[in-house]
Design a protein around this ligand. Structure first.
Ligand code: PEP
Length: 253
């Protein structure tokens, strides 16, 4: 059975006190959840990772992700963070290729492929993000863009390593805009992604990989999105920073 995942990307937000209170509130709400294949992932800013790892230790279905990592092992890269640093404090996952990293920090598919390799070499689970811009969607390039990002960023992996990934489809036009892809629009792209994976690695790999949708997911629309056949949960920004709202999203898994 595929894992159903609610991942909260806190981005560059929250004070320390707000972060502890948010994590605590979500953990409390998730405590009574009995869905065995449901998982929660927190992706706080770097200064908060250690403490959130400590808090999350109370539930073995809660994990902590870095929001990024550097592709090199270590060295003179001021301000960057390495895979070994993340694992050394108990972080298990890492977001790679978020559209904000692609857009504002010039991260190309080639750089992201190297980041995925580095993460996997350290046993981190990459949450690899792909997604088209509004312009690309309106010019009919949705499938082409997602296919290219998927293949250039991750199809160099062998089946064993590819199976370790979580893929997040995040249409750029839906991130932080309040505009959500309709369940049918999201399902259409998810089904295409799963069939591309099947074409490359076979049905066995495609059937077990979790595909998350991201883009203005909230408690009110999560159930309909997550009920789609190929949508296995969400990567959530804004709504993940309100404990009650995120708990509502988790309940929809
Ligand atoms: C995100 O940043 O990955 C995201 C999906 O943000 P939001 O939920 O705010 O659209």
């Amino acid at each position: 059975m595929r894992k159903k995942i609610a991942a909260g990307n806190w981005k560059m937000n929250l004070t320390a006190a707000e972060a502890w209170s948010l994590a605590g509130g979500v953990l409390e709400a998730f405590e009574g959840n009995t869905k065995e294949n449901a998982q929660v992932i927190f992706a706080p800013s770097y200064p908060y990772l250690s403490k959130v790892v400590e808090l999350a230790a109370s539930n073995d279905r809660v994990f902590v992700a870095g929001q990024n990592l550097h592709q090199e092992e270590s060295g003179a890269y001021t301000g960057e963070i390495s895979a070994a640093m993340l694992t050394s404090i108990g972080v298990t996952h890492v977001i790679i290729g978020h559209s904000e990293r692609r857009q504002y920090f010039g991260e190309t598919n080639a750089i992201l492929a190297a980041k995925i390799n580095r993460a996997l070499a350290h046993g981190l689970v990459p949450i690899y993000c792909i997604g088209e811009t509004l312009e690309e969607r309106e010019s009919g390039k949705t499938m082409e863009v997602n296919s290219t990002q998927l293949s250039e960023g991750a199809f160099h992996l062998d089946a064993e390593n590819f199976s370790k990934l979580i893929i997040a489809y995040e249409p750029v036009w839906a991130i932080g805009t309040g505009k959500t892809a309709s369940p049918a629009q999201a399902q259409e792209v998810h089904a295409t992604i799963r069939s591309l994976i099947s074409g490359k690695y076979g049905d066995g790999v495609a059937d077990q990989i979790s595909l998350l949708y991201g883009g203005s997911v909230k408690a009110a629309n999560a159930a309909e999105l997550f009920s789609q056949e190929d949508i296995d949960g969400g990567l959530v920004g804004g709504a993940s920073m309100n404990a009650a709202e995120f708990a509502g999203i988790i309940a929809a898994l």
